[in-house]
Design a protein around this ligand. Structure first.
Ligand code: ADP
Length: 466
């Protein structure tokens, strides 16, 4: 069932419930208040008759004459007035309404106990409200005065109210159902629009956006969220597209060189030395290709969820790497220094393979882009974080390139010869690993003076957690 229909039905059902309860309540209150009015008027007449008789201001006969009623401002027209003896037998009648009312046991018993009682008696037609008042002389019950008033007016008024309520009920219900239907339609129209737009969405139409809604209600937020989602989708599609184009380009260059060299070698007869030279050059290109492909694989694997992680001592990681890369630095006459600020283990949670690869990329770059001087790896432990720092006294990175060196395949100077086996993915890998570990990389560099890469990672030590 459509949400719009459901909303209209639910609103009507809720309203029907509230109206029914309200209707019953109003009906009861109205009937009761009318009855109370009748009771009050009966009680005032009853009291008047009873006190007049008890104080002997009137004789019995006088008390039941119309004139007396009229002199008291009471209309005898619609009243039954009777004087009964203590056993309930009628002695005298007054009032214009001549009805033979039964006297109930209950009212007799109440009178014996000195209490007036009120009851509703139905003889024929409409019911009659009857007040029975005991009259005592010298502490003995002598008479009962009964005053009755028919409830036909009350019944008529209650009936009219019920008709009005019953007519108003379906009108209010129908009106509210229509209103709810209309409102739900208006409120849900943008949801329909979102659905239609989402259906139209393909990789080719990611530039489409929903027209934003000015109201900041749930639907407005849905539209905004939907548009933000398409923004993210679009940029991730563009990134993937650019990445595939860059990757193909990077792979094509060594392949073209390979092909050229092989074709040249095959064109005529070559000496063994010439073949060897060609093969060596081919091997270099194959190494380059292998490097690119394995870096691409590493990138696609490293942000996969569910990578195995455990506590790692960065002091140990840095020391191992510096030991492994020392020969490379020595070959370039560079000093490769290790500076551990804390003798205690500097712990973070992560994947040792990935963190090792990140640090290796940074140190290899530093060694490669430093013609002379030093490269230093520092492990620091500021509050709540751990930091791996790789500084060099190398060529530096111009400011305008600093933000982009972390992009895939981005190289600062294409004319500058590449690091051996470089894929242009080293810093992207380092950044992706840092981010996958909940960290970040910051770069400071000055052309001609050197560069410093700082990797901030969450600390794993118990003292920080406190
Ligand atoms: P590559 O494989 O070319 O080294 P990277 O992603 O590792 O790719 O680095 C991207 C570019 O950033 C490099 O081409 C280089 O120009 C620059 N770069 C990286 N590290 C340094 C450094 N320590 N000093 C100077 N330039 C650097």
């Amino acid at each position: 069932m459509k949400l719009r229909v459901r909303l209209a039905l639910m609103t009507s059902a809720a309203l029907a419930f509230v109206l029914s309860l309200g209707g019953i309540g109003v009906d009861q209150l109205f009937a009761r208040s009318l009855l109370r009015e009748v009771d009050v008027s009966l009680q005032s007449v009853g009291e008047l008759v009873a006190t007049s008789l008890t104080r002997r201001q009137l004789t019995m006969q006088q008390a039941f004459e119309e004139r007396w009623f009229e002199s008291m401002g009471i209309s005898p027209l619609d009243k039954v007035v009777r004087l009964l003896d203590r056993n309930g037998r009628v002695d005298l009648r007054g009032g214009r309404l001549q009805l033979d009312l039964p006297t109930s046991e209950k009212s007799l018993r109440a009178a014996e106990r000195g209490r007036a009682s009120l009851e509703t008696i139905r003889v024929t037609g409409s019911p009659i409200r009857v007040l029975t008042v005991p009259i005592f002389f010298r502490n003995r019950l002598r008479h009962l005065v009964q005053i009755g008033s028919p409830l036909s007016d009350v019944e008529r008024s209650v009936k009219t109210l019920r008709i009005v309520l019953l007519l108003a009920f379906p009108i209010a219900l129908g009106g509210s159902a229509l209103g709810a239907w209309w409102l739900a339609g208006r409120a849900l129209a943008p949801v329909d629009e979102v659905t239609r737009a989402a259906r139209k969405l393909t990789a080719r139409s990611l530039h489409l956006r929903l027209p934003p809604i000015s109201t900041k209600d749930e639907v407005g937020r849905l539209v905004d969220t939907f548009n933000e989602m398409i923004d993210r989708l679009e940029s991730s599609f563009q990134m993937t597209r650019r990445f595939s184009a860059d990757a193909s380009h990077e792979l094509r260059t060594p392949l073209t060189i390979l092909r050229g060299e092989i074709e040249l070698a095959l064109r005529g007869k070559r000496t063994e030395k010439e073949y060897r030279t060609v093969l060596e050059s081919c091997l270099e290109e194959v190494e380059q290709l292998t490097e690119i492909v394995s870096d691409l694989l590493f990138l696609s694997h490293s942000d996969r969820p569910g990578i195995e992680t455990h506590s790692i001592d960065l002091n140990e990681l840095a020391a191992d790497l510096v030991a492994a890369l020392s020969p490379l630095a020595k070959a370039k006459n560079l000093s490769l220094k290790l500076h551990l600020q804390s003798p205690e283990p500097v712990l973070t949670t992560g994947n040792p393979g990935q963190l090792g690869r990140m640090l290796r990329n940074l140190v290899e770059n530093a060694i490669y882009y430093t013609p002379e001087g030093w490269v230093e790896v520092t492990v620091m432990k500021p509050k709540n974080e751990v930091v791996l720092q790789v500084s060099d006294s190398g060529v530096g990175i111009p400011l305008e390139h600093q933000a982009r060196v972390f992009s895939r395949f981005y190289r600062v100077d294409y004319a500058r010869s590449r690091a051996p086996g470089s894929s242009g993915l080293g810093l992207s890998i380092a950044q992706q690993v840092a981010e996958a570990h909940g960290g970040r990389i910051l770069l400071e560099s000055e052309v001609g003076r050197g560069s410093t890469f700082r990797v901030f990672l969450p600390s794993d030590s118990a003292s920080d957690a406190q």
